[in-house]
Design a protein around this ligand. Structure first.
Ligand SMILES: Cc1ncc(COP(=O)(O)O)c(C=O)c1O
Length: 513
């Protein structure tokens, strides 16, 4: 079954320029034919042999319609599809490509590792070096176990928490996605939010029945749940700063409450940094927050919910009082630490981690865990992530987010830009979003029109309103300019499609660091 393409947007504007930039006022070298015949043909073939034609649901464009672009190659900030068209990549493989695509340092490391053999099934030096790099970056992590995906990391962390506490209930938060682990799929964000599925078929009641789902950022609900069920809760798992319902940073006091309440009841706190890890800072979200009750102030005047179009570009993150509730007990990592290859990890204090086999009773294993090529890619990526990389991410993200906000505001399209470090997303909502219910109230018609106009102009946004707009250190001025040039027409398309846009209305809501 093929998905009917949406009408072609008004402004075909993709350019064939060598740098891919389609600068405002310049006619494109050749018109961009909006249908994508090679991708469409591949999708036809794919749907015969792969469910929905894709190996991960959000790639199918079901939330936006049209032909998913099959990519053939990628370099730096640019993707080239099967029809030979170039796009500025705002997905970054959903997070890993922090340096941009095919970074030469990573490419060299991969070539070198692959030349020595693909997989040994024995310990090897790269995995030790990658573990050392992670431990050196994230202070509370003394040991890590390497796995192959974020899903495996969270699944294993939950098992470890249950083994350590002898309890079985897990608390998670609506809109947080932790991979497709049975017990963690309830009210997840990401693809599940995209399709508005409350849950997944195939998850037994017994697995879901051990999961309590609470609203994010709601201290009273957290305290009430623990007051009633505290003695059977093994762990609280949270996205350190959620990105899977769009970016919803922890409200002031939320992280401290998580630590205080879980600790008071003998439950472990699992901070899922699969997305934020090594992206929000060199030590991920924890690197911004540390042992503090963090106050995430938006760009502008430092009070919540004030910034938007025209705001000062430099958001600040202020630290409140140190909290004496310690750090999260376990962390999960993925994405950036694999550099585009399948590598992920979970880690924490040594006394907890040593409960894993072979030193302890909690079994966990993997044929390809610590794969020498994947660990070489991850190590080269992390080693290249220096201050200059994080500064470039900030600059590129600010420029694009401010441009998007200004363009939408000019067309009266209600929206909110929200931040977690350099991670941001644009909500098509009337105001700031602090939880999943608010995230789901987006104007999805406006988003769809916006997405397709951006695609037509050569910008590949995440094909869902519930996802982060990822930038990389390779998003140089040409890439940023190409995105900025596409925004005004996309905002006009959003305004035309929106049932909520009003002349003169401008959302000036922004949160985050
Ligand atoms: C916060 C978070 N945790 C876990 C996962 C699952 O990771 P993977 O897709 O590698 O299984 C994701 C994936 O997007 C994620 O964003």
């Amino acid at each position: 079954m093929s998905v009917a393409p949406p009408p072609a947007p008004d402004r075909p504007g993709h350019s064939d320029r060598a740098d891919g930039a389609d600068r405002a006022g310049q006619a494109p070298a050749r018109p961009y034919p909006y249908d994508a015949p090679a991708s469409a043909a591949l999708m036809e073939r794919a749907q015969r042999v792969i469910p929905g034609g894709v190996n991960s649901p959000v790639r199918a464009y079901r939330a936006v319609g049209g032909t998913p672009r099959f990519m053939a190659s990628a370099r730096g900030a640019w993707l080239t599809d099967a029809d030979g068209r170039r796009y500025v990549d705002m997905v970054g493989s959903w997070g890993p490509m922090i340096l941009g695509h095919a970074d030469p340092r990573v490419l060299d490391a991969v070539r070198e590792a692959a030349a020595q053999g693909f997989s040994f099934g024995t310990p090897s030096e790269n995995e030790v070096a990658l573990a050392e790099e992670i431990v050196a970056r994230v202070a509370p992590v003394e040991q890590v176990r390497l796995v192959s995906s974020g899903t495996e990391a969270t699944m294993s962390a939950v098992r470890l928490a249950r083994g350590a506490t002898g309890r079985s209930t897990i608390v998670k938060f609506a809109g947080c996605y932790h991979g497709h682990v049975d017990a963690l799929l309830a009210h997840a964000g990401s693809g599940v939010a995209t399709f508005a599925l409350p849950d997944s078929a195939g998850v037994p009641a017994s697995a879901a029945g051990e999961t309590m789902v609470l609203p994010f950022n709601d201290v009273a609900a957290l305290e009430a749940a623990f007051a009633e069920h505290g003695s059977r809760i093994a762990a609280v798992i949270t996205e350190a700063a959620p990105g899977n319902m769009g970016v919803v940073p922890p409200a002031p006091g939320w992280t401290a409450a998580l630590r205080r309440v879980s600790r008071a009841h003998g439950a472990l706190l699992i901070s899922d940094e699969v997305m934020t890890g090594f992206r929000c800072s060199r030590a991920g979200w924890y690197g911004l927050e540390g042992p503090y009750d963090v106050r995430v102030a938006p760009p502008g005047d430092g009070t919540a919910g004030t910034a938007g179009a025209g705001a000062a570009p430099d958001a600040v993150l202020t630290r409140g009082a140190p909290v004496d509730h310690g750090a999260p007990d376990l962390f999960t990592f993925g994405k950036v630490m694999g550099g585009g290859f399948p590598a992920a990890a979970f880690g924490g204090r040594a006394e907890l981690m040593e409960l894993l086999a072979p030193t302890g009773p909690v079994y966990q294993a993997g044929t390809l865990s610590g794969n020498p090529v994947a660990t070489a890619a991850g190590l080269a990526t992390l080693r290249a992530c220096d201050d200059a990389v994080y500064a470039r991410l900030d600059t590129a993200a600010r420029a694009i987010a401010d441009g998007a906000s200004a363009a939408l505001a000019a067309q009266g399209v209600p929206h909110a830009v929200q931040w977690a470090g350099s991670m941001f997303s644009v909500f098509f909502t009337q105001g700031p979003v602090t939880n999943y219910d608010q995230a789901r109230a987006q104007d999805l018609d406006a988003f769809r029109a916006f997405f397709h106009a951006m695609l037509a102009a050569g910008v590949h946004l995440p094909p869902s309103a519930f996802e982060v707009w990822f930038v990389s250190a390779a998003h140089d001025d040409a890439a940023v300019e190409a995105v900025l040039a596409a925004l005004p027409e996309a905002a006009r398309a959003a305004a035309r499609a929106s049932t909520r846009a009003s002349a003169g209305a401008s959302a000036r809501d922004s949160m985050g660091a």
